[in-house]
Design a protein around this ligand. Structure first.
Ligand code: ASP
Length: 601
């Protein structure tokens, strides 16, 4: 654990100027970064002289002042002090002359904050701790000050101590003290910094903030609604800065980027958050190849140096190929087990249900070869596969799900199918421009969003068979998760109006500002957004995106620490011309709103 924490800081953690060998070699791969990288000074402007975790034998003899939390104490002789950088052992003085220092260090409860000053000394021979990066030294204390005492904690601040997620979210500020959360958030910060460098310094992008108080956008995700003081008028929180970034292109900004907060009121899903962050990008005069190269370079540049380097260009599959071989538009390409069409083997079959399937217009018989299945899978696994297939019968995505289910079962039986250190990127392209609406398959909806341009070769089909039109939409997939998506946009106002009004049956008045802007010399443009939370989650190997967000919402969209969303008294709603219409079980509802938050699991 300490090793990976220090690896994170390797590039800039050594005040002695010693850059470890491991890092020196990986830094040389990122030439431009190396020459620009400066070593941050963690102890400037503050009471400490050094970080606990940075001290080594090279510091022996130095007088240091450290500030940190008491991790634990052993027999009132040793105290282990922690800051974000790591742990260091402090020797509690035993002599009578140091009675006041001893009292402070022996009586302060665990997780109290103390400041100690003393000398870095080597540990007596045989007492070194090779498991601790600071294990060769300890601090001989001269003075100590209790900066703040800690009451009894709801859980121990140790990564190996199991606690429910609800408890972690309720006391998030304590959970953030864990090494794992520190690592995740610091790695996120570093990757974002490198992305900024790459986009703004190396490629001339402009970092522009766009409004979060906006209005409803037709199509796409459900938006959060914000009341205004004007009767019956509401803002909406943007599901993404899509319209603004296109308008910035019309405004001649040419290359836009933003670490953008997006909001979607989509209810609870395990890998989603109602508010999340995108690395949002738009460029003028660009095509798909340009966007793809930009993103490959961006990920390569910002990739953590302790992981295997990103290999570019990323492979690509068309939407149709992805569905045919993997049964999904976000295939996990870390392993094979592709779907194979074996219809030809059964053309003359007498097996009724196969005959039946093959006689249908698009009927096919498909299979997955689980080559290690006989060796690893048990009878009850086969039974569960059978049940899974029956439960998902008639969904076209059934084989794709079955492929993943088989992979899970094989891994549960000990076959390492998906290398946890492997990052398998994939572009999925040539999506259809429209899909049949889920609730009304006779109508069309955008597969990406209504601003996506049709594939140039399919332009004429737009007016005859729009459901057959392919789009200039591309998705980036990593290890089976969609981590980004974008498109080349429609920059012709007439075409955009036709798509919105005629094909999607949307109210064009809602977008009159955008349509008008396209008419005033809008340049051809395109862009993409990377889902930052999901990307960092995959990079860190965190079990959930909540583990890479400082203050996430629970499954049900609640902040378990502050109890948001919360009720407001009627007089505070009055200026917004809003009255709550309580549902039938309103009494129970109202009283539950007045209770302190209930942890959710
Ligand atoms: N705004 C789009 C989204 O959030 C991304 C894009 O097309 O650039 O999915």
């Amino acid at each position: 654990m300490f090793c990976w924490l220090s690896r994170l800081y390797l590039g800039f953690s050594t005040p002695t100027g010693r850059i470890p060998h491991l890092i020196r070699s990986s830094l040389s791969r990122t030439l431009v970064l190396t020459s620009q990288r400066r070593i941050p000074e963690f102890s400037s402007f503050v009471a400490r002289t050094n970080m606990c975790g940075e001290l080594r034998s090279s510091h022996i003899g130095q007088e240091v002042t450290l500030c940190g939390w008491i991790q634990y104490r052993r027999q009132n002789i040793f105290l282990v002090l922690r800051d974000f950088h790591g742990l260091v052992q402090v020797v509690i003085p035993q002599e009578e002359s140091a009675a006041s220092v001893r009292k402070i260090l022996c009586e302060a409860p665990v997780e109290s904050v103390v400041q100690v000053s003393g000398t870095v000394i080597s540990r007596p021979p045989g007492q070194e701790n090779p498991k601790m990066p600071t294990g060769e030294i300890e601090i001989k204390v001269k003075t100590a000050e209790l900066l703040n005492s800690c009451k009894k904690l709801p859980f121990e601040i140790k990564d190996f101590v199991k606690k429910t997620e609800a408890l972690r979210l309720q006391y998030r500020y304590l959970d953030l003290r864990s090494f794992q959360m520190q690592y995740n958030l610091r790695l996120r910060s570093q990757m974002v910094m490198k992305m900024r460098e790459y986009l703004c310094n190396l490629h001339g992008f402009v970092d522009i903030e766009t409004p979060t108080l906006f209005k409803r956008t037709p199509g796409g995700a459900k938006e959060f609604v914000i009341p205004s003081r004007e009767p019956g008028k509401f803002y909406c929180l943007p599901q993404s800065p899509q319209q603004f970034k296109q308008l910035l292109m019309v405004g001649g900004l040419d290359r836009y980027f933003q670490v953008a907060r997006c909001y979607r009121d989509e209810g609870s899903r395990p890998d989603r958050q109602p508010e999340f962050t995108q690395i949002d990008i738009e460029m003028s005069f660009v095509d798909q190849t340009g966007i793809r190269s930009l993103i490959e370079g961006l990920l390569q540049y910002s990739w953590p140096t302790d992981k295997d380097p990103v290999v570019v260009p990323f492979p690509s599959l068309t939407f149709a190929e992805a569905l045919a071989s993997y049964g999904t538009d976000k295939p996990d390409t870390r392993f094979g087990m592709k779907i194979i069409d074996i219809s030809d083997l059964f053309r003359n079959t007498e097996v009724g249900f196969l005959q039946d399937a093959l006689s249908k217009p698009q009927g096919a018989v498909k299979a997955i070869r689980v080559s290690e299945g006989t060796k690893y899978l048990k009878r009850k696994d086969i039974d569960s596969i059978r049940k899974f297939a029956a439960d998902h019968f008639n969904q076209c995505s059934a084989l794709g799900k079955l492929r993943l289910e088989c992979a899970d079962l094989l891994e549960a039986r000990g076959l390492m199918l998906r290398d946890p250190a492997l990052f398998s990127f994939l572009w999925v392209v040539d999506f259809p421009l429209f899909l049949p609406k889920e609730e009304n398959p006779g109508e069309l909806e955008s597969a990406h969003h209504p601003f996506t341009a049709p594939h140039p070769s399919d332009l004429q089909l737009l007016y005859t068979e729009p459901e057959k039109v392919r789009s200039q939409h591309y998705d980036l997939v990593l290890n089976g998760s969609e981590i980004g998506g974008g498109s080349i946009r429609i920059h012709d106002a007439e075409l955009q109006r036709y798509v919105l009004a005629t094909l999607l049956k949307e109210d064009v008045n809602l977008l009159s500002h955008l349509l008008q802007a396209l008419d005033f010399g809008a340049p051809p443009h395109g862009g993409i957004a990377l889902g930052l939370d999901r990307l960092i989650c995959l990079v860190t190997g965190a079990p959930s995106i909540r583990d890479v967000i400082a203050f996430p919402k629970s499954f049900r969209g609640h902040d378990l620490m502050s109890n948001a969303p919360d009720s407001l008294p009627p007089e505070e709603l009055k200026p917004y011309h809003i009255q709550v219409s309580w549902p039938a079980d309103s009494e129970a509802e109202k009283s539950s709103l007045n209770q302190p938050s209930h942890p959710e699991s």
